[in-house]
Design a protein around this ligand. Structure first.
Ligand code: ADP
Ligand code: MG
Length: 694
């Protein structure tokens, strides 16, 4: 058995493999391509492709694939083998630079939101050299961007790469004013991934989880998460074996899986990697989700990545830890040790605060999905309102800057930017609040709204772009001023005083917060259909176009895709509920009622009064009648939804009518579940699924 260092990255065509296998000059040019984005010469690409192929074949690969991330939010791949026939009827293994750099998958079956007419089905995948190629299931996978014939981005990676460029440019402008010698600024991310594991046998009996990823029915188990005995509790042996297997596969792919533990809800677990650049972190998180799912099968589990698989207990999220740092090794979200570093930290901190306030709508949009609607505002995840948690100490410092009042921290000082040394915020003073959607955690921000299934490309594209915009505004104001520090001081004071409304250190789950937030003028976009259209608000179009992240057409296409996806998800859920109610729940209730009625009849013939049976027959009959009516109502509403042609109107109808009708049906069906003999019940209960014993 190999050691972890031997195992780590063994399936990745990384810099050390390249250094070993490429001629020095080619290695130098690919290194430049990776670090600075300079294009690779065709002859060098051929050499790289050939080395990649030889390496992959040695590792047992037979195929290659351009691995990309269409707007479905999952990954796509089309595998080609390396074989190339020779005249003598044999084959040789070939892979050219052209094949490495560009692919032409049929794009017609991926969502494009009108960007690509189906008759023009051509789409291109283009190699992203900043994310290493790797081997998965016998294929050499080449991370790529995916765009249409006309050059519009059809994927999630392209805008993310563009946003990284935007923040690099804007941050460098600001850093230059501080006299920094940095030449590149990169946004970094560590994504904590939550998931559920249930026994595969239970999963196979649940049509709802199979088709929709979550339970659409299910009475609560007698026990939930109230004893708080799962979080950080001992990990079950079987789960441990699964986690070990997952870790080893991740390590081989160069993914630095670092932390694993149980989460709050029963059967819920978490995995966290060490952070890396937003682009690589996104690719790696997609791979992590894939491996979590695939490995579960091997261990007799089903891994559920849905944001809310079970009602009444916590759902799963993906905490997006985000920061920006320079190629000179400075984390710009970390208070430094000298006054100068602190002035720089305060500038970047202020920029993030203003960006989050100015673009609350976009951050909300970036996490809006049908599944995540169950979490946001549901007393477990942060509310749908965006606010920033800074912790009392940092808030007090910012207050003192705004008011010119002394800061009452460890020392009573009047904070002057560029003069005083800030205390170093240790995690303890910054991370106590778990209810905030956007929390400063000492040296990074933790965006806690993304759902567990979401590709983090979206939220990070938004984060990078909005912060780039504010940094640009700062640079516009500060470049060319006579006295930099006076101007900076005034800018920070002014910006902070205009944006203190977004800072909230209190309890985000409390009933008072939405009322208070409204007074502060903060947005509360409660559902996906309500949030998504804001993507295309004029101020947001201006932002994306200015920074070259999305074109106006690309924005409109995304609005359409996201709304349409919402409608599709609710439609599938509604149809699954109808199917389960008609074919499983009502027949089970009916069969049990029949047995009770027959028992009552026989008992009465014997002179007994059969109170239990008689009462239950009446109760069940009334409830099944009610459930049946609710099924019919749901069916009617769902049919009506199909007839709406406007995507926005349709998504709203799905939310207001269909989704509401689903809730009504579920309430009755779950009550029936509590009354029916478990031998008659068609699918495993919450207690069976959540408290499996082996
Ligand atoms: P927790 O939030 O669970 O208490 P940590 O604070 O140790 O745990 O880390 C959470 C995540 O934040 C990890 O994935 C870690 O890699 C990531 N992280 C730490 N520093 C940074 C940074 N500078 N940029 C981005 N992510 C970071
Ligand atoms: Mg965390």
């Amino acid at each position: 058995m190999s050691t972890v260092p031997e195992m780590f990255g063994s399936n990745v065509f990384n810099l050390s493999v390249m250094k070993e296998r490429l001629p020095k000059s080619v290695f130098k040019s690919i290194q430049k391509t990776i670090e600075l984005g300079t294009p690779l010469k065709p002859e060098d690409a051929n050499v790289v492709a050939n080395a990649m192929k030889d390496w992959a074949i040695e590792k047992g690969a037979t195929h290659f694939t351009h691995w990309f991330q269409p707007m479905t939010g999952i990954t796509a791949e089309k595998h080609d083998s390396f074989i190339s026939p020779t005249v003598d009827g044999k084959v040789i293994m070939e892979f050219s630079g052209k094949e490495l750099i560009k692919g032409e998958p049929d794009a017609s079956s991926f969502p494009s939101g009108g960007l690509r007419a189906t008759f023009e089905a051509r789409g291109y995948t283009a190699w992203d050299p900043t994310s290493y190629a790797f081997i998965k299931e016998g294929s050499l996978c080449i991370p790529t961007a995916f765009c249409s014939y006309t050059g519009d981005a059809l994927d999630k990676k392209t805008p993310l790469l563009r946003s990284m460029e935007a923040i690099n440019k804007s941050a460098l402008r600001v850093l230059k004013l501080f006299g920094s010698d940095a030449t590149r600024v990169t946004a970094t991310v560590g994504a904590e991934q939550e998931y559920f594991l249930i026994d595969r046998k239970d999963y196979e009996k649940r049509e709802d989880i199979i088709l929709t990823g979550r339970t659409l029915f299910g009475a609560p188990a007698p026990k939930g998460q109230e004893l708080e005995d799962h979080y950080f509790g001992t990990i079950k042996t079987r789960v441990s074996a699964y986690m070990k297997d997952v870790d080893e596969q991740l390590w081989k792919l160069g993914i630095s899986s670092k932390t694993k533990h149980n989460e709050v809800a029963p059967c819920q677990h978490e995995l966290a990697p060490i952070y890396t650049t937003t682009n690589v972190a996104t690719d790696q998180n997609q791979l992590t989700m894939e491996i979590l799912k695939r490995t579960a099968r091997k261990h007799g589990f089903k891994c559920i990545l849905h944001e809310k698989p079970f009602a009444g207990i916590n759902g799963s999220g993906k905490h997006n830890n985000w920061s920006i740092s320079t190629d000179t090794g400075v984390n710009l979200i970390d208070p430094g040790k000298t006054p100068a570093e602190n002035a720089q930290f305060l500038t970047f901190l202020t920029a993030v605060i203003k960006a989050v306030n100015d673009y609350q709508d976009l951050l909300r949009v970036s996490v809006a999905t049908a599944g995540n609607d169950h979490r946001l505002g549901a007393n477990e995840a942060p509310p749908a309102i965006i606010s920033i948690f800074l912790g009392d100490e940092l808030t007090a410092i910012l207050d003192s800057i705004v008011n010119g009042a002394p800061y009452k921290g460890t020392e009573k000082i009047e904070m002057a930017i560029g003069v005083d040394v800030l205390p170093h915020f240790i995690k303890d003073t910054t991370d106590r609040n778990r209810t905030s959607p956007f929390a400063f955690t000492g040296n990074k921000f933790e965006f806690r709204m993304p759902g567990s299934k979401l590709s983090i490309a979206g939220p990070n594209t938004i984060l990078n772009t909005i912060v780039a915009e504010v940094l640009d505004q700062f640079a516009d104001e500060l470049e060319g001023v006579e006295d930099f520090h006076t101007a900076l001081d005034a800018l920070i004071k002014k910006t902070l005083s205009e944006n203190l409304n977004i800072i909230f250190n209190g309890d985000g789950y409390s009933a008072e917060w939405p009322v208070e937030a409204e007074k502060r003028g903060l947005l509360n976009l409660k559902s996906t259909p309500e949030a998504i259209p804001h993507f295309a608000d004029q101020k947001n179009i201006d932002l994306f176009v200015k920074h070259g992240v999305y074109s106006e057409t690309e924005i409109h296409s995304r609005v359409e895709i996201l709304l349409d996806e919402y409608s599709k998800v609710i439609n599938i859920e509604a149809l699954t509920m109808i199917d389960m109610a008609k074919k499983q729940i009502l027949p089970a209730a009916s069969a049990y009622t029949k047995q009770l009625a027959e028992t009552a009849k026989t008992a009465k013939e014997c002179g007994a009064d059969a109170v239990y049976e008689t009462e239950l027959v009446k109760k069940l009959s009334a409830l099944t009648g009610d459930a049946y009516k609710k099924v019919v109502a749901l069916e009617e509403k769902n049919i009506k939804a199909h007839d709406i042609s406007d995507v926005e109107e349709q998504a709203n109808f799905y939310h207001d009518s269909v989704f509401a009708a689903m809730g009504e049906l579920r309430a009755v069906a779950d009550e029936i579940e509590t009354l029916v003999d478990s031998k008659f019940w068609p699918y495993p209960s919450y207690s069976k699924m959540l408290f499996y014993t082996v």
